[in-house]
Design a protein around this ligand. Structure first.
Ligand code: 13P
Length: 380
């Protein structure tokens, strides 16, 4: 690939309070909060699948004065669009644009795992470039053939997205290596491969992406390892990749997929309430056996330069635990709003918790709560 990839157009203006994800993430990498520079922090990218999820993620960011990054997977977009991901993009685009107008913090919107290899996926990525502020072009897998793509094919497809998106001010995240695990029907893989540092330089140079998801051992979904085990990430490989990218362009930002740590208090709450509902031991054990990513290793990655941490599963669990609790407490309350309020409050707490852990606090204004004494409590 000879011609230089187009640079990201940083002059593009989005609707009120909407920002390109790369702009907010670069602030996190540089430790920028207001006019001051401090320690590096990270932005959790929350996968949202419902309007309630969108509202809760924004409320959590506003509560803390942090930046907000909403991620939409293909299957989430199909859900928003009643089976049609393109229509889903139109719905969320209008909804978030309106929500942003009333927000006290900026919001970025991002397509998660956009697939530019498959024909349907291409249309979704093209529409996402028109409607969101950032896209992921995950061309590491040929989903139809169920195998990893060749480097040249990944580069070619990703570069096409960069050519289309960068002049419009839309950031692009590429993936090199295949991430394991099952998140939902459109985001899963039976196999996985580590990022090859030798290939990385070529990939970054030829695609021009400014956001990269390397595969270093994180996984999607609630079963990231054997119960009781701490899942070991390949930190050495992560650092090697970071050094290569930083030497090429310090504006290249790293993304950790599969960053859900899962919260023991949420699991305990769900198990207690499942017992209350007379559920089988087997179902309760499924909850007990969920394994998340080890937060100590993620904080190490953040310190070294990973600034986007993708988080979905733990928030789904929080939602479900809260719903189970609400049913255990009052299964005869015939009012949708009652259950919506319970799950909404739980989701806001779940989002606040990870924002605090990631340091995404006080970026745009001071927090509205006492952050040090915040307690994530589903009984509250
Ligand atoms: P989790 O399954 O760990 O939440 O990861 C989500 C993710 O990486 C989405 O891209």
């Amino acid at each position: 690939m000879s011609k230089q990839a187009p640079v990201l157009n940083k002059e593009r203006r989005f609707p009120t309070n909407m920002k390109c994800a790369h702009e907010l993430l670069l602030m996190a990498k540089n430790g920028t909060k207001g006019n001051s520079k401090g320690d590096r922090y990270a932005m959790p990218a929350y996968n949202v699948t419902t309007y309630q999820g969108i509202d809760a993620a924004i409320e959590a960011a506003e509560t803390l004065g942090g930046s907000c990054l909403l991620a939409f997977s293909n299957s989430a977009l199909k859900h928003f669009g009643k089976g049609d991901a393109i229509r889903g993009l139109e719905f969320v685009h209008e909804y978030v644009k309106l929500a942003a107008r009333y927000s006290s913090v900026p919001i970025a919107t991002h397509l998660d795992h956009g697939d530019y290899i498959g024909a349907d996926g291409r249309k979704v990525v093209q529409k996402a470039v028109e409607t969101l502020t950032s896209v992921m072009a995950d061309n590491s897998t040929d989903h139809a053939a169920k195998k990893p793509t060749e480097l040249a094919q990944n580069i070619e497809a990703t570069r096409e997205v960069v050519d289309m998106a960068h002049p419009l001010g839309i950031s692009v995240e590429g993936e090199l290596g295949v991430l394991a695990g099952v998140e939902d029907e459109d985001t899963q893989s039976e196999f996985s491969t580590y990022t090859d540092p030798e290939e990385l330089k070529t990939f970054l140079k030829d695609t021009g992406v400014l956001m990269l998801a390397p595969t270093i051992g994180t996984m999607h979904g609630p079963n990231k390892g054997k119960p009781g085990d701490v899942v070991k990430l390949n930190i050495e490989l992560a650092n090697e990749c970071l050094a290569i990218a930083d030497a090429m362009n310090p504006d290249i930002l790293f993304v950790a997929h599969g960053a859900s740590t899962l919260y023991p208090n949420v699991v305990d709450f769900a198990c207690e309430n499942l017992s209350g509902l007379g559920k089988l031991e087997e179902e309760i054990n499924t909850w007990k056996n969920f394994v998340g990513t080890d937060w100590d290793q993620i904080t190490g990655l953040i310190k070294n330069g990973f600034v986007k941490i993708n988080t979905d599963t733990e928030n789904r669990q929080t939602y479900l635990a809260a719903l189970i609790g609400a049913l255990n407490n009052s299964a005869s309350k015939i009012d949708i709003r009652h259950y919506e309020k319970v799950t909404y409050k739980a989701l806001v707490q779940s989002y606040i918790q990870k924002y605090i852990m990631a340091g995404n606090v006080g970026v745009w204004h001071g927090p509205k709560i006492d952050v040090k004494n915040f307690k994530f409590d589903l009984n509250a």
